[in-house]
Design a protein around this ligand. Structure first.
Ligand code: ADP
Ligand code: MG
Length: 248
């Protein structure tokens, strides 16, 4: 491996995906450097979720290459496990286990997947619950928390697996407006610590502060990508201009 390979976190090369006959991702080419923060936006149905779900193999691509942390994603189960260990994912609908406490949600995978001793897993979980500013909620159940708090638990739970890359799929879209900023603040602090991040979001304020690059997708293609100032001030494609005029 050369130094430049090591500095690349994610690489998609000529990647295509179909759902049956439907060509959902078309010739996706994307290189994400280690520590880089990417914001992905675009109309509903443009393939944003599918693209990031392919990166940790929640969905399978059919053509081209996906390389994460130097490992090419193939059907090799061992490699998929390896990738999942490196890549954390946060969804729109939190996906917490309702019958487990916040602390148990955070320690489940470390104990069962990583074989971390329970006491140590709990210590690590408390550290991350402090980081997302809800250590006092540790013994509650998800249903007893606000949406913003639940999403911060979901972020803490991911961090307990010590990922090198974090994928966010519209993490604030299901939240009441007053809870959006507490989740974005958590994401901003992660970004400041140097985490490699791909965030699907329409929070353009977040994109402007945090993103190194904004990617616009439409109908399964990457239409345009640029640093945020350029992207917002001087969008090149008509489709990007139309999209921005609708959301800003
Ligand atoms: P976005 O996240 O940008 O809204 P998605 O990646 O969720 O878009 O979806 C892209 C397209 O693929 C949409 O037309 C959607 O209906 C379709 N799609 C998503 N998931 C599936 C699936 N499991 N089977 C068939 N079509 C799907
Ligand atoms: Mg989506």
């Amino acid at each position: 491996m050369t130094q430049s390979d090591i500095d690349i976190a994610i690489q998609l090369i000529g990647m295509h995906k179909w759902y049956g006959e439907f060509h959902v991702l078309k010739d996706i080419n994307l290189t994400v450097e280690r520590g880089e923060k990417i914001v992905v936006c675009g109309p509903s149905g443009s393939g944003k979720s599918t693209m990031i779900r392919c990166i940790n193999r929640l969905e399978e691509h059919q053509q081209g290459q996906i390389i994460v942390d130097g490992i090419e994603l193939t059907n090799d189960v061992k490699k998929i496990d390896e990738i999942r260990r490196e890549v954390g994912m946060v969804f729109q609908h939190f996906n917490l286990f309702p019958h487990l406490t916040v602390l148990e949600n955070c320690t489940l995978a470390p104990i069962w997947v990583r074989k971390t001793p329970k006491a140590e897993a709990e210590e690590i979980a408390m550290k991350f619950l402090e980081r997302v500013k809800i250590p006092e909620q540790a013994l509650k159940y998800p249903g007893q928390l606000s949406g913003g708090q639940q999403q911060r638990v979901a972020i803490a739970r991911s961090l307990c697996m010590n990922p090198r890359i974090m994928l966010f799929d519209e993490p604030t879209s299901a939240l009441d407006p007053e809870m959006i900023s507490e989740v974005l603040d958590t994401m901003i602090s992660l970004a400041e610590e140097g985490m490699t991040m791909i965030c699907v979001t329409h929070e353009m304020g977040f994109a402007k502060t945090v993103a190194d690059r904004v990617i616009f997708m439409d109908e399964g293609e990457i239409i345009e990508q640029a640093p945020p100032t350029e992207f917002f001030e001087n969008p090149q494609s008509e489709r990007t201009q139309l999209f921005l005029s609708q959301i800003l």
